[in-house]
Design a protein. Structure first.
Length: 190
């Protein structure tokens, strides 16, 4: 169960969302969405003291859906460069959401039952234990990701998993307490 291959359109839309973050007076707006192409306009928003707002288009990013090539009329624009860089990365790299969807899809094929409304904790029938362990190994190779498999029976694996979870929880609480007590005034008031 691998994440779906990123598409050019999804990569562009994600790159646009990421490039928009932190922009106060510049917006990225969908300008064209046809069968052949998709285009975004980079727009500067100007406000005057009278409360009037004007907009001026500064650049345009265009994706040709057939060739999956992106282009721009102003390639030197900083937002355009950010969109291009994001597109190049996202075109070949699944996002965290893509990985999450692949994991949930795999769990669904194993008749997993979510134990929490928001997901994150699942019960998986024991007949899929080997598959689950392979998924756990694959996920834990991604950065610092951790997956805890807690067998629902008394065994060394169950004790080890519970111990790791409890240790991590205690270490997190200690770190929070140390951060809170970093100043003498805070600890004296406690």
């Amino acid at each position: 169960m691998f994440p779906d291959e990123p598409t050019a359109e999804r990569a562009l839309k994600q790159a646009v969302r990421e490039a928009q973050v932190g922009q106060r007076d510049r917006l990225i707006r969908l300008g064209l969405d046809s069968e052949a192409e998709i285009g975004f306009a980079i727009v500067r928003e100007n406000r005057d003291d009278a409360g009037n707002v004007t907009y001026a288009q500064e650049a345009r990013v265009h994706l040709d859906r057939a060739s999956e090539a992106i282009s721009s009329d102003v390639s030197s624009d900083d937002i355009v460069r950010a969109v291009f860089a994001g597109f190049c990365t996202l075109r070949t790299t699944p996002t965290a959401d893509d990985v999450r969807r692949a994991i949930v899809k795999a769990l669904g094929t194993w008749a997993a039952v979510t134990l929490r409304d928001g997901g994150g904790i699942y019960w998986v029938p024991s007949v899929y234990a080997a598959d689950l362990r392979r998924l756990q190994g694959a996920i834990e190779k991604i950065g610092t990701s951790r997956v805890h498999v807690l067998p629902v029976h008394e065994s060394q694996d169950a004790s080890r998993a519970l111990g790791a979870i409890a240790t991590a929880s205690l270490e997190e609480e200690l770190a929070q307490l140390q951060a809170t007590c970093s100043s003498p005034r805070t600890c004296a008031a406690s």
